[in-house]
Design a binder for this molecule. Structure first.
Ligand code: ZN
Length: 443
């Protein structure tokens, strides 16, 4: 079936299902916030269980030591408790009150050590002395704690009892996948990382938003097939790619989503291809909704899982959508990236922007003007009369003139919207009207 057959806008159909609200996305982010996630382990499974209440997520398990390109699935990490106590038995630090307090993937330890030795295993942020940093050591066997610098500086010299009751064992790497079948097998990939512990923007926001967007899309008739991935950063994306190498040729569009709940941006980092359709669609949606505030960034090989999807062996049309970009906001990878940092209105805006890009992908087609010699007479066909007030009338007339002029079979609706400086939605509605009046056909 032709990709250009379905042109109705699902979101405007009278029977269209409700869209997730900002409050609903926030509530789901809040529900998964307390979980101690990592690149493997029960935290990922528990998160998938909660997300799975909203959509039929498939859980995949990839055994420890499985080779994945140049990588190998690491041992599965489990953490039961972690603390530092002084010699009076008073707790200086407790994993139960903040899961950032233990370095993610710490090996077990149960020792009494001097403060000087302890300091070698404690990570702080001297420039943000009241915040706890987020640190990991996935591939080097180390133990460590994270705490506010001010609290470390206040520790009295002497001996401390450190205990991390963790385990690194043969198990598996877990990720979640959901596929919404469209009218064709051509795919739109949407993926987000599930490996960070209690960090709200990075990335409870992306997990919650993508789960509810998938739920809402599952009720729609679409021409594309939509694949949603909830994967541990890097190793999870690579695990999916390794298991689906024969499938990646079906991916026409893709987005990595993270940090979508704060007040910055919005921003979009282009795919390695630079001018993929998704790059243009996202640029159009962000510029139309946010004007100069929208940030459009060129591809660079540092960031989230677009690094893997855009590696030269795959070079997929996959960009990165964020609000504030990673590493640029002071709350990034600290305990200040908490639920106060994300807001329902920003989550709702991110949702609308993503649905806007999906609408473009679903509705784009290439029109051909059937009366290309001179302008067709619009008044005779009632196309001027059908319009409302004067200002709106002239806007609609301009949209018709642009579409008719550029409908030479070489420009799709998105290209017409870009060149005319008109919102895609307006161009699409206008093209439908002109087609109904016999002035356009599909090229
Ligand atoms: Zn991160």
């Amino acid at each position: 079936m032709s990709l250009a057959r379905l042109r109705t806008l699902p979101s405007e159909a009278p029977e269209a299902p409700a869209s997730a609200t900002g409050a609903e996305i926030f509530a789901l982010a809040e529900a998964i916030f307390p979980i101690c996630r990592s690149i493997t382990g029960e935290g990922v499974r528990e998160t998938l269980r909660i997300l799975g209440r909203h959509l039929p997520l498939e859980r995949r398990e990839v055994p420890t030591t499985t080779r994945i390109f140049d990588w190998e699935v690491p041992k599965e990490w489990a953490i039961r408790e972690a603390f530092i106590e002084d010699m009076n038995g008073d707790r200086i630090l407790d994993f139960r009150s903040c899961n950032l307090a233990v370095m993610n993937y710490s090996i077990p330890v149960d020792r009494v050590v001097h403060l000087e030795e302890l300091k070698e295993h404690i990570h702080t942020l001297p420039d943000q002395p009241d915040l706890t940093p987020y640190r990991t050591s996935y591939y080097a066997p180390r133990w460590g704690f994270c705490m506010p610098h001010r609290e470390l500086a206040a520790l009295a010299p002497g001996m401390y009892h450190v205990r991390i009751d963790s385990e690194l064992k043969d198990g598996s790497l877990t990720y979640g996948e959901y596929v919404h079948r469209g009218e064709t097998d051509r795919e739109f990939l949407l993926t987000t990382h599930i490996c960070h512990p209690s960090l709200a923007n990075d990335n409870c926001s992306g997990l919650a938003l993508l789960a509810l967007l998938a739920r809402d899309l599952s009720h729609r008739r679409t021409r594309y097939t939509y694949r949603f991935l909830f994967v541990p950063g890097t190793i999870g994306a690579l695990a999916w790619l390794a298991a689906n190498e024969d499938r990646v040729g079906s991916i026409d569009h893709g987005l990595v989503i993270s940090c979508v709940g704060d007040g910055g941006g919005p921003s979009y980092k282009r795919s390695r291809r630079h001018d993929a359709f998704i790059d243009r669609a996202m640029a159009h949606v962000l510029k139309t909704a946010h004007g100069e505030k929208a940030r459009l960034l060129d591809f660079s090989p540092y960031g989230y899982d677009e690094r893997q999807f855009c590696s030269p062996g795959f070079n997929l049309p996959v960009g990165l959508f964020q609000r504030s970009t990673f590493g640029t906001f002071p709350e990034y990878h600290t305990s200040a990236d908490n639920l106060d940092f994300i807001r329902p209105e920003y989550l709702a805006d991110s949702y609308r922007l993503l649905m806007g890009a999906i609408d473009i992908v679903e509705r784009d087609w290439t029109p051909l003007n059937l009366f290309p010699k001179g302008e067709p007479q619009l008044g005779r066909r009632g196309l001027y009369d059908a319009l409302g007030g004067m200002k709106a009338a002239s806007e609609k007339a301009m949209a018709m003139l642009w579409v008719l002029n550029l409908a030479d079979g070489n420009n799709s609706l998105l290209a017409i919207a870009e060149r005319a400086g008109l919102p895609f939605n307006k161009v699409a509605i206008t093209a439908d009207l002109l087609r109904e009046h016999g002035l356009l056909a599909e090229a």
